[in-house]
Design a binder for this molecule. Structure first.
Ligand SMILES: *Cc1c(COP(=O)(O)O)cnc(C)c1O
Length: 392
């Protein structure tokens, strides 16, 4: 018999009933160190007092009105995002997938309004993840995500990750935009080289096409800058955000330049919930905390500590791990054993990590993880790795 919950996930037998900062408490009382943060979502940890206050204050005042009316919390959050980024304008969604949908629509509408209706094609990269909607899976293109779901949304091609020459050759008069994650998340924590990202920006500029960055996972302080593309010193035309921006409340956004957004006039897009007062109250509280130089400086310092300890972990467990990669607090342990075995052994050692493609274990802790928690987390992963070596 089919379970009451559609079985599209292989769920771990863990039932977390409470969260406190970087800790999650299982129904049986065990305390797990959380290096997954709900897949890069809980950027300020669990039950953060400022976020709880923002949410409960708003919950007592007004939950939802509709985008048919003014929403001051939404305007305030949009202003913060515009101030802190390349963007001139923001549309709020409820998820990364919805941000992908709008980013694709926006890019195509841009060219339509310019009368260049042949420019509809979007070039993506292998290993990408842009969500599970028809546009998202078509953009990613992998058999794992698309098989059985045809006919796929047309207009997407995929190139080898970071292959600037292939991109240069692929851009033609039908190309509308290029879409990529500055650091691939699901694809196995694969950062794009700064030089390659700059080269891609240059190619887009030369061809006059739009660059869409998917910062759903790598954005909102995760890499130690508010947005990951800042490391390369470039800006996109359109950017997808979600995950961290809501700190655990469902919230996403599409940021764009005035030029890139010029086709999206009244009536061309909408969302019932997107940017509602409840979500934006939390989003504002997240931005107030994360988008400060002091906070981001701390993320970089913590990231340095975690990375250094992980290098030691890899050196101490050469049969389990091949190396560390990633940026900031978005780190991956490339495994020699099956990465899922490491994740499962981590559960035994009371540490939560997340598997990714390319046999990588992802570490995406809350951005305010303490030094002691970093030390403890790596000790627990070490215990997990040793338990695997002992079994072998
Ligand atoms: C998670 C993710 C998405 C999809 O976001 P949802 O909120 O799950 O819809 C899209 N792009 C990237 C890079 C992601 O990590």
């Amino acid at each position: 018999m089919i379970p009451a919950v559609l079985p599209t996930y292989n769920r771990a037998p863990l039932n977390f009933v409470k969260g406190e900062g970087c800790w999650m408490i299982e129904a049986d009382g065990r305390r797990f160190l959380d290096l997954g943060a709900g897949i890069a979502v809980n950027v300020l940890g669990h039950a953060n007092p400022k976020l709880v206050a923002a949410l409960t204050d708003q919950a007592e005042t007004l939950w939802h009105v509709s985008n048919l009316y003014q929403i001051p919390q939404q305007e305030a959050l949009a202003a913060k995002l515009v101030d802190a980024s390349f963007a001139d304008t923001v549309f709020f969604t409820n998820s990364g997938t919805e941000s992908c949908e709008l980013a694709v629509k926006m890019a195509r509408k841009y060219w339509y309004e310019k009368g260049e209706t042949e420019k509809t094609q979007i070039i993506a990269f292998e290993g990408a993840f842009h969500g599970r909607s028809s546009a998202g899976i078509a953009a990613a293109g992998s058999e794992k995500m698309t098989k059985g779901f045809g006919p796929l949304l047309p207009g997407f091609t995929q190139l080898p990750w970071g292959d600037v020459d292939a991109l240069s050759a692929a851009i033609d008069e039908t190309t509308a935009a290029v879409i990529l994650e500055p650091v691939q998340g699901e694809g196995g924590i694969r950062p794009m080289d700064d030089a390659d990202l700059r080269a891609i920006r240059t190619l887009c500029d030369e061809a006059g096409i739009l660059l869409i960055l998917d910062e759903v996972q790598c954005g909102v302080g995760r890499t130690g800058k508010l947005f990951a593309h800042e490391w390369a010193g470039i800006t996109p035309d359109i950017m997808m955000v979600a995950k961290g921006i809501g700190g655990g409340f469902p919230l996403g956004a599409v940021l764009a330049t005035e030029n890139a957004a010029s086709g999206m006039t009244a009536g061309t897009h909408g969302s019932t919930y997107g940017g509602n007062p409840l979500a934006c109250a939390v989003g504002n509280a997240v931005m107030d905390e994360v988008a400060t130089p002091e906070f981001l400086e701390d993320v970089n310092r913590r990231a340095g500590l975690l990375r250094q300890k992980l290098e030691g972990l890899v050196a101490a467990n050469p049969d389990v791990f091949e190396g560390v990669r990633g940026a900031g607090l978005m780190l991956g342990l490339k495994c020699k054993v099956n990465c899922m075995d490491v994740v499962n052994a981590g559960y035994e050692s009371l540490v939560v990590t997340v598997p990714a493609a390319d046999n990588v274990v992802r570490l995406l802790p809350p951005l305010n993880i303490s030094d002691d928690e970093i030390t403890e987390a790596v000790a627990r992963i070490d215990a997990a790795a040793q338990s695997l070596t002992a079994k072998a």
